[in-house]
Design a protein around this ligand. Structure first.
Ligand code: PBG
Ligand code: ZN
Length: 324
């Protein structure tokens, strides 16, 4: 097909034509809205670097969850901001922990909204690492037990799905085994399979108060330079029983999304993380970009790369655009 026989512009001439040949269509069905739960009543602490997002006490969290449900967003992802941290992350798996209470509060009012929980220890450990620290090293196998215990406590509280984000080796199998033993063989696992050690998590660590107090996460999260390793990580998670794979962050790792899409037929999620969101909001505020258009273009790109599911702080805003 060569010019002048073929003229691609012919099919770009009208909006009707463009609609007919559009390959990627965003839908509210694609979105998961992340929310931050904190104790107290009527609390709505703005997260400075994530305009439009707040640490929410349960009353307000349920209100925002209802907005998501009313906008036809199928699921939320819960993060907890606990009032107590210790070496064993005990409030991560406490029966009355903040996430456990948030799950109950949301499921009580909105039984048809899917509640997914982030399973990790970093918000709950006094050192801020995602696992159990021995000396200065995050010990893999000791961490597994605590992580599986956390996932189980979420299932016990009524979570519809758990999403381990710790990047310990073997955690999907450990969680699967623990859930199955306790009668939760029907609870799916969305594995943060290729989670990179990224500076794009900066705003989230403010939001969740989860920055590591010493060192960094390079000994467990992936090196941004690697892509074959992402395939190995995804392959392990598939074999260990993951139901959904995830790539995180999204925009700087579209190549990874595309590769994993080619390797696996499992549903694939991508996490459009806090720093990606913050950059759009900041540039919009400066008047340098059209924030809404950049948001829709970004989300479309993530889907075009191969993601079926997008975790995004833009979910409510983008749903509004799609629903209007
Ligand atoms: C916890 C966790 C993080 C994010 C999701 N789960 C932070 C981290 O690994 O430091 C980041 C989400 C975001 O930036 O939006 N392990
Ligand atoms: Zn963590």
């Amino acid at each position: 097909m060569l010019f002048p026989d073929y003229r691609p512009r012919r099919m770009r001439k009208t909006e009707a034509f463009r609609r007919m040949i559009r390959e990627t269509k965003l839908s509210v069905d694609d979105f998961i809205l992340p929310l931050f739960a904190i104790g107290g009543k009527n609390v709505k602490n703005p997260i400075k670097s994530m305009p439009g997002h707040f640490q929410l006490s349960l009353d307000n969290l349920v209100k925002t969850a209802k907005e998501a449900f009313d906008a036809d967003i199928p699921a939320i992802m819960l993060f907890g901001v606990p009032d107590k941290k210790d070496a064993l992350a005990s409030s991560a798996y406490a029966k009355n922990g903040i996430v456990q209470k948030a799950i109950k509060a949301v499921k009580d009012k909105l039984p048809d909204l899917a509640v997914i929980t982030d399973v990790c220890l970093c918000q709950y450990t006094d050192h801020g690492h995602c696992g159990f620290v021995e000396g200065n090293y995050v010990d893999n196998d000791t961490s597994l037990e605590l992580i599986a215990k956390t996932a189980l406590s979420h299932a016990n509280a009524g979570a519809d799905m758990v999403a381990p984000s710790d990047m310990m080796d073997g955690r999907v199998a450990e969680i699967r085994g623990t859930l199955d033993e306790d009668g939760f063989s029907d609870i799916p696992i969305m594995a943060y399979s290729a989670k990179y050690c990224s500076a794009y998590y900066g705003p989230f660590r403010q939001a969740a108060d989860s920055a590591p107090q010493h060192g960094d996460r390079k000994s467990y999260q992936m090196d941004p330079a690697n892509s074959l390793e992402a395939i190995r990580e995804a392959t392990m998670d598939i074999e260990e029983g993951a139901d959904i794979l995830m790539v995180k962050p999204a925009l700087p790792y579209l190549d990874i999304i595309s590769k994993i899409r080619d390797e696996s037929d499992l549903p694939l999620a991508a996490y459009n993380v806090s720093g990606e969101y913050a950059m759009v909001k900041a540039a919009e505020k400066m008047g340098w970009i059209d924030g809404q258009k950049v948001m829709m273009e970004t989300l479309t790109s993530i889907k075009r790369a191969g993601a079926d599911i997008i975790l995004t702080y833009h979910a409510l805003e983008a749903a509004k655009v799609l629903n209007d």
